[in-house]
Design a protein around this ligand. Structure first.
Ligand SMILES: Cc1ncc(COP(=O)(O)O)c(C=O)c1O
Length: 396
């Protein structure tokens, strides 16, 4: 199937569905809300996935359900086919979300007051997972190089050398900068973490969303021969817009670690999977590849629209960071001369445009904003018009 077989430009009204992204209030009487914040899509799941769910509904019985060997095999087959990464089905543990898994792992595995390393700018819930569980955030700032970001390996080595540090939360590919880390970069991170006996939680929930012509390098694939504890997380929640269905996977090659994690889940009273989520994901893994290829072309097109718009209409004021992966566009707005609060007020209350403020991702990201481009093209152009209006004439 080619791209023309899928329609990613249909605008679907999510009001009345209690969608989290669209629940935020804006100023009364302002322009209609346009939500481009939280990382889910304004694009429906693949048609075959919807059909599989409808058939499962038709079956009528929604009793206690297990992941099943066929599901674990589908996860392994997808990793092999899409990412050339061989994993064993028995390494896969299902859970109801990547964040629940991370919180669970932190609670079960780390002594109180541990240090946990994150690369900033960082997905805000990583910081919550650390702080809310009584641990300490140890930051490793990424460095900006032109329109992209690089890992500061010296800072990472220092961070891992802190004797209290037990865990590194890697986001691969990286939200919000859109970096798709290379095998060399990942290997250097793995080597440093292994030398300092730091466990790695490799959050690869955006892993299927590497934009063409890039490819994901799964973190586990660079760990061969290293004495390192790794828990990798993936799933179709971002890939096929199934986040609300609450099904995700952990890949844990170490049997000992896997059993410890399963025991922690068991002790918290959690069990089984949602039967509709299972039906959706099974079909997504089996038949969603062509749809995903077309979606990635659509997202790359949306990214290009933003890049062109910024260069043409907002030169020097808004500088887009090059996205190698994810549907999240990271924009440097420091050139507008507006402080972040002022710009956010103008965007949200003046223009009805919901975006994520840079400072949510760490103090160093103040003056940036994150724009979710998993949407019809018309939403992208409307958002850019509103951003231009919010900024107004740029003064030097
Ligand atoms: C890096 C990253 N990890 C995890 C999540 C949330 O995953 P889940 O819904 O499976 O908890 C998100 C959602 O935005 C994310 O961007």
């Amino acid at each position: 199937m080619g791209m023309t077989d899928f329609d990613f430009d249909l605008v679907i009204d999510r009001r009345g569905t209690s969608a989290a992204k669209w629940a935020q209030a804006t100023a009364d009487g302002g322009p209609p809300l346009l939500a481009m914040s939280i990382a889910d899509m304004e694009i429906p799941a693949p048609g075959q996935v919807l059909k599989a769910m409808a058939e499962r509904v038709e079956h009528g019985i929604f009793g206690y359900t297990m992941a099943g060997d066929d599901y674990l095999e589908a996860v392994a087959a997808w990793q092999l086919e899409r990412h050339r990464h061989a994993i064993r089905p028995e390494w896969v543990v299902t859970h109801h979300g990547v964040l629940p898994s991370l919180f669970q792992l932190i609670r079960a595995f780390l002594p109180p007051g541990s240090g946990i390393v994150v690369m900033t700018p960082a997905f805000p819930p990583f910081l919550d997972a650390i702080v809310l569980n009584g641990h300490r955030v140890v930051t490793c700032e990424m460095t900006r190089h032109g329109d992209s970001y690089a890992i500061d390996f010296e800072a990472f080595e220092d961070a891992c050398g802190d004797p209290a540090v037990r865990l590194f939360i890697l986001c691969n590919p990286h939200n919000p900068t859109g970096r798709n880390f290379t095998a060399d970069e990942l290997h250097r991170l793995a080597d440093i973490a292994a030398r300092h006996r730091v466990m790695v939680f490799a959050d690869e929930i955006h892993g299927d969303l590497v934009l063409p012509p890039g490819r994901l390098v799964p973190f586990l694939s660079v760990c061969d021969g290293l004495d390192i504890e790794v828990v990798a997380a993936n799933g179709l929640s971002k890939t096929m817009n199934l986040a609300g269905l609450g099904l995700s996977n952990l890949v844990i090659p170490s049997q000992e670690l896997r059993e410890r994690f399963e025991d922690a889940v068991h002790r918290s009273g959690e069990w089984g999977v949602n039967p509709l989520s299972r039906a959706a994901a099974l079909t997504g893994y089996a038949h969603g590849g062509a749809w995903l290829d077309a979606l990635l072309d659509h997202i790359a097109g949306n990214m290009a629209v933003v890049d062109d718009w910024c260069a043409r209409e907002l030169p020097g004021a808004v500088i887009p960071v090059r996205a190698e992966a994810t549907y999240l566009k990271w924009l440097d707005t420091t050139g507008t001369g507006l402080d972040e609060e002022e710009l956010m007020d103008r965007l949200i209350n003046g223009q009805g445009l919901l975006v994520q403020a840079g400072s949510d991702f760490g103090a160093m990201a103040r003056g940036f904003l994150r724009l979710n481009l998993a949407c019809p093209r018309t939403m992208v152009t409307t958002a850019m018009t509103r951003i231009a209006r919010a900024i107004g004439p740029v003064t030097d």
